[in-house]
Design a protein around this ligand. Structure first.
Ligand code: BTN
Length: 332
């Protein structure tokens, strides 16, 4: 995104009308220069209303992420690692960006946020829809003095940090977790987590923890979001402030990573059970090669999923390529 385009978005983010002439004066451009820039807005998923004699406006306005508004929320001390926060207008994927940094063998913890992702990644090769300035797309590069096998419950612990964030932010609606780490409200997906390990050297395991939290999924024209999705805005009575929510989320994530680093998954297991939406339910477990049917029996001490089959035997699954489907009708 060019600096001039960013400045124009910044002027229009208040949701009020601004005349082409006024905008031109502020940016040192002609009215037609402004018009040309406005033509680029749809490519950034921004809907602009244009009315003769009034000018341009972004209905409802938009909030842009600002480091100075996020940093005051990071109150968790002491921080176990040096932290660097980077915010981008657009990236292919915040996870991929940090996986590349990890290759350079930095020992810093890097936090990366993007307003838009052009190739946002979900679990199991899916894409993560990431329109500009609507939701939260963030990744953290964190170095654990642990073996990779000790990180199996990490993404479950991270999903609890998201649940805690929503509570702190004042969301009263009950949210739950579907193993391994889908945060759901009313069976609709509110957030997803993608943990990728970038390699182990000298018993340090570097991991990239990606979180996508839907804040305002409604598309640019305000049409309703697809039924399988939920966003924080639909659970909140007031307009959601993405900077505040990002600040609370980052603070909870850093807290969680610190506890996980010191105590491992055992510190989270009881809490995770209290949000488990699958325990006791009829489910299918899909692996790349087979489908297993049975009843969800929670998780073990490492965070592996437990399935009881029709013979009463327990089978455990690690998250990798596995997906759990809840049967809407328990008789199916
Ligand atoms: C899932 O539920 O399938 C996981 C979704 C993870 C999405 C986040 S958005 C920030 C980070 N960057 C990515 O490319 N993916 C994760």
């Amino acid at each position: 995104m060019t600096t001039t385009l960013k400045k124009l978005i910044t002027l229009l983010r208040d949701g009020e009308f601004h005349s082409g002439e006024q905008l031109g004066k502020s940016l040192g451009l002609t009215r037609s220069g402004i018009w040309k820039l406005i033509q680029q807005f749809p490519a950034w998923d921004i809907f602009v209303e244009s009315i003769t004699n009034k000018g341009y406006r972004i209905p409802q306005g938009l909030t842009l992420l600002e480091k100075e508004k996020i940093l005051p929320f990071l109150t968790h001390h002491p921080l176990p690692q040096k932290i660097d926060i980077q915010i981008f207008d657009t990236l292919p994927s915040t996870n991929d960006y940090l996986l590349n940094i990890a290759k350079e063998k930095t020992d810093k913890c890097v936090i990366c946020l993007a307003e838009k992702q052009t190739s946002g990644k979900g679990r199991r090769g899916r894409t993560w829809t990431s329109p500009f300035a609507k939701n939260i797309y963030l990744s953290i590069l964190w170095h654990f003095p642990k073996d990779a096998c000790e990180l199996s419950g990490l993404s479950l612990a991270i999903s609890l940090a998201v649940v805690e964030t929503l509570k702190i932010y004042g969301i009263k609606h009950p949210v739950g977790l579907k193993w391994p780490n889908d945060v759901l409200w009313n069976n609709q997906k509110l957030a997803g987590i993608l943990v990728e390990l970038s390699g182990e050297t000298h018993s340090i395991c570097s991991s990239v923890i990606g979180v996508g939290l839907n804040v305002n999924m409604s598309n640019t024209k305000g049409e309703p979001i697809p039924a399988e999705w939920a966003d924080v805005q639909m659970l909140s009575d007031n307009p959601v402030n993405r900077n505040e929510l990002t600040g609370v989320l980052l603070n909870e994530l850093i807290k969680t990573l610190t506890v996980f680093q010191n105590q491992g998954f055992s510190a989270f297991i009881e809490k995770w059970k209290s949000f488990d939406l699958v325990a006791g339910k009829q489910v299918s477990v899909l692996t790349p090669t087979a489908v297993f049917q049975g009843i969800g029996r929670g998780i073990d001490e490492r965070g592996l999923f437990l399935l009881e089959d029709e013979t009463g035997a327990l089978k455990s699954f690690s998250s990798g390529e596995v997906s759990v489907r809840l049967h809407p009708n328990p008789l199916l």
